[in-house]
Write a protein that binds this ligand. Structure first.
Ligand SMILES: Nc1ncnc2c1ncn2[C@@H]1O[C@H](COP(=O)(O)OP(=O)(O)O)[C@@H](O)[C@H]1O
Ligand SMILES: [Mg+2]
Length: 365
């Protein structure tokens, strides 16, 4: 990938204030060409504000924004090549699908034959064939969303900004449209910035996720990194169910960190350089532990002893709440035996490779 493609879009130290309130606090983010990048964070953390700076609907007090190496601060939206699709479908209700999709081209006085062939291409791409004469109210929510995408992309733009575009759809449709959207994005290599507060959406669609909080980026990484190697407890909590265990560091040796948890020595795959006796936090996802069989020999495993407090059947898994020492851990059993749930005292075998360790002094545990 060429240098410029690596830095297709760049935010450098963006600061945005509303009176005395700082909505964006030195945000830097680099987005490579053709990637699907998600801004993920709770409501009010600054996601929309960051998008608006890129689109040109607002100007930052500090910092620079580059698109394809060109500084775009001060440029009006139409000179930035960044169409925005917002959560409102934003279709013209009195226009047909054809008229909605072709609207931008028509304004540019493009010949009708060219418009017709481009619209046909879009209808095919977004699976809207034979719907061109319908009005928005005669379409399903998912179809309306696809028309909105087609309308944004027909202008030949290379960048798509999507701000919570699926939030008006019901849960099942959301999954369908997001799968479709991701396929189209990959097929046509459209650089996409996607805003959501939904961690499932972010994990399932993105090449890269930027987790935001209070106007700052807390972590940038692949979905795998964000989920299994969160930079701090906030990120760990925000992207899914997680267990935290407080432990003490013992020794770092060749990428294995030995820790002490309740008098038990546990070796974990971690490069964390923690001084002996330092507080560390073990980050354990519910699927990274399993309940040992009653007769199972656990001597070669790392295991904790606990007592099942509660469980809940979730379809894909049975979720257990298990008391271990002072903590209640959540464990998901994806392969529940047919006899049903277990109870009483159990041993929890830890998947050492998937346990992440955070430095407590750094991570404000
Ligand atoms: N035009 C504005 N005037 C004053 N405050 C604003 C304005 N726009 C956004 N904010 C504030 O900035 C913060 C970030 O907002 P926003 O970017 O919309 O959050 P998100 O999209 O992550 O939910 C919020 O606290 C919001 O109230
Ligand atoms: Mg928003």
């Amino acid at each position: 990938m060429e240098h410029q493609d690596q830095k297709f879009i760049e935010f450098k130290n963006i600061v945005k204030r509303f009176d005395s309130f700082t909505a964006l606090d030195h945000v830097s983010l680099t987005i490579p060409k053709g990637k699907f990048v998600t801004l993920l964070g709770p409501s009010g953390c600054g996601k929309t504000t960051l998008m608006r700076q890129l689109a040109g609907f607002a100007e930052p007090e500090e910092g620079d924004i580059y698109i394809k190496g060109k500084r775009v601060n001060g440029l009006p939206p139409y000179k930035r090549n960044t169409p925005l699709v917002f959560q409102e479908y934003a279709l013209f209700p009195h226009m047909t699908v054809y008229e909605n999709i072709s609207y931008g081209l028509k304004l540019q006085k493009i010949p009708k034959s060219v418009i017709d062939s481009k619209v046909a291409e879009m209808l095919e791409m977004f699976n809207l064939l034979n719907l061109e004469k319908r009005f928005p109210k005669q379409l399903s929510g998912g179809q309306q969303q696809r028309v909105a995408f087609a309308r944004a992309l027909i202008m030949g733009q290379e960048i798509l900004l999507l701000d919570e575009p699926l939030s008006n759809l019901d849960a099942k449709l959301r999954v369908e449209v997001r799968t479709e959207l991701r396929m189209i994005q990959q097929k046509f290599n459209i650089t996409t910035i996607y805003v959501t507060h939904d961690q499932d959406e972010a994990l399932s669609m993105s090449d890269m996720i930027a987790v935001m909080r209070n106007g700052r980026i807390e972590q940038i990484g692949s979905p795998w990194e964000i989920y299994f190697r969160p930079a701090n407890p906030f990120v760990a909590n925000f992207v899914g169910v997680v267990n935290f265990l407080k432990a003490k560091a013992l020794k770092q040796e060749n990428g294995i960190l030995a820790v002490d948890y309740c008098g038990k020595r546990i070796g974990l795959h971690s490069n964390l350089e923690a001084t002996q006796g330092a507080n560390v936090l073990l980050v354990i996802r519910p699927e990274c532990m399993r309940i040992a069989g009653p007769e199972e020999d656990c001597n070669n495993e790392v295991f904790l002893e606990g007592t099942i407090e509660n469980y809940s059947f979730l379809g894909r898994v049975i979720r257990y709440w298990i008391r271990v020492d002072e903590e209640t851990l959540i464990l998901d059993d994806s392969n529940p035996d047919l006899s049903g749930s277990r109870n009483g005292k159990v041993r929890l075998i830890l998947d050492q490779k998937k346990i992440h360790v955070l430095d407590c002094e750094d991570a404000t545990c």
